[in-house]
Ligand binder design. Structure first.
Ligand code: PA5
Length: 417
């Protein structure tokens, strides 16, 4: 993975000047002296072997019986798993992992219940606090549905719980019913928890090799530990420099539909980590080339308050080569012998040239191909860049006090005392 910075907007001298800030924030992270330092368990993550064994065993039960796992969780309790599963699966494959509890829509839940009628169903309810209302009400409905369908005893063996080790209503329900339980570590917050059981159990149930994923993470932990020549820190510095120069929005740009949920995960990671105290870049995303035909006009010529971070994948998993006969009436002769990936990559290059010319700085993250290892590396890269970037911005990367405000109002309206 390689980061390319936009030298038409970012001067080497500016980045050089950030070195002291990088050093200071590196120490805030690694010496655990910054705000929120109780939540740095992800930084040098080491997974417990016994826990991984249990995850694989539970996943085997689900996959061996052609089961469908319904993951009930919201925010950091589902986005990481969904990002990884979608990045590594065919969009047309039958889904082995479904997501619920990430909204409060009765239509969504009823449609899901209809869909589950003839499926072999397992549940994984995930909530660190164990009290979040969307997953709580969804779990209540799905748990009752499971008990009616399978009977109390069998339902008990089909429900997996991922929550805090000792507190919260979910923990109480799990202990009371004897559900198999995994722990969300105390020192890892939701949006940094994808490589704990929060993400690993659903990912394993989708058939993905979690060892390969974790080897990408562990290598990234080593790779991005040094202060010098650290792409992760340079990305954090570049986005802060662009913010200070007046940019307000960062668009994460992909050219692979499979990466849509990676962008959703990234939006939550940066949005909740940085958007506080009246500060922070607004994280948004586009899926290209699709969105070049919807948002492209604005990006090219609308208000100049944005920059882009482009994820460039060099090689598709499988390519398509065009053969255009001489007498073809398709008007595509210039593509004879070229590949579909040439179209995609030239669209990407052409868009970078056009947008840069239109005064939109472009940073590029170049990745050889999408696989378990590179996805593990990429997600860790963003987690560490986010911690670094938030410290550079002067905010606590690990809290989300603003999320409580809507809850207070909702509970008041619902009559909760
Ligand atoms: O990043 C976070 O901490 C949040 O997005 C949480 O993951 C989200 O609010 C869900 O919380 P919980 O897992 O406690 O249900």
């Amino acid at each position: 993975m390689k980061l390319h910075l936009d030298h038409s907007f970012l001067k080497e001298s500016e980045l050089e000047a950030m070195k002291d800030e990088i050093l200071t924030c590196h120490h805030l992270l690694h010496d655990k002296t910054g705000e929120g330092s109780d939540f740095l368990g992800w930084l040098n993550l080491k997974n417990d072997e016994e826990e991984l064994r249990r995850i694989k065993e539970a996943a085997k039960r689900v996959t061996d019986s052609s089961g469908v796992l319904v993951v009930i969780g919201i925010g950091g309790s589902y986005l990481g798993a969904r990002a990884v599963i979608e990045a590594l699966s065919s969009p047309f494959a039958e889904k082995k992992v479904l997501f619920a509890g990430n909204n409060a829509s009765p239509d969504y839940l009823n449609d899901l219940l209809d869909f589950l009628q003839d499926k072999n169903v397992f549940l994984n309810v995930i909530s660190k606090s164990g009290t979040t209302i969307e997953p709580a009400v969804t779990f209540k409905v799905l748990r009752e549905w499971m008990e009616n369908r399978y009977g109390l005893e069998e339902a008990r063996t089909r429900i997996f719980v991922t929550t805090d080790k000792q507190k919260g209503v979910l923990k109480e329900i799990a202990s009371h019913n004897g559900y198999e339980t995994w722990i969300v570590p105390d020192d890892i917050g939701g949006r940094y928890s994808v490589f704990t059981p929060v993400g690993l159990l659903p990912i394993a149930c989708s058939g993905i090799d979690i060892d390969k994923l974790l080897s990408g993470v562990y290598d990234a932990i080593d790779l991005y530990e040094s202060i010098e020549n650290n792409d992760c820190y340079e990305y954090a510095a570049a986005r802060n420099l662009l913010y200070r120069s007046g940019k307000k929005i960062e668009l994460l740009v992909n050219y692979e539909p499979k990466l849509h949920y990676l962008t959703e995960w990234w939006k939550q990671l940066f949005g909740e980590s940085e958007g506080k105290d009246g500060k922070g870049l607004f994280p948004a995303g586009v899926d290209n080339t699709t969105d070049l035909h919807s948002m492209g006009q604005y990006i090219q010529s609308g208000e100049r308050h944005l920059f882009e971070t482009v994820i460039k994948i060099n090689k598709p998993y499988r390519d398509i080569t065009f053969t255009i006969p001489e007498d073809s009436i398709d008007h595509l002769d210039y593509l004879n012998g070229k590949k579909m990936s040439d179209v995609n990559l030239n669209a990407l290059q052409g868009t970078i040239i056009a947008h840069t010319r239109g005064n939109v700085p472009n940073l590029v993250l170049e990745i050889e191909e999408i696989n378990e290892y590179t996805i593990g590396e990429l997600l860790y890269f963003f987690e560490k860049a986010c911690g670094m970037s938030a410290y550079m911005l002067g905010v606590n990367p690990f809290n989300q006090p603003g999320v409580e405000d809507y809850k207070k109002e909702m509970f008041r309206l619902l009559g909760k005392i």
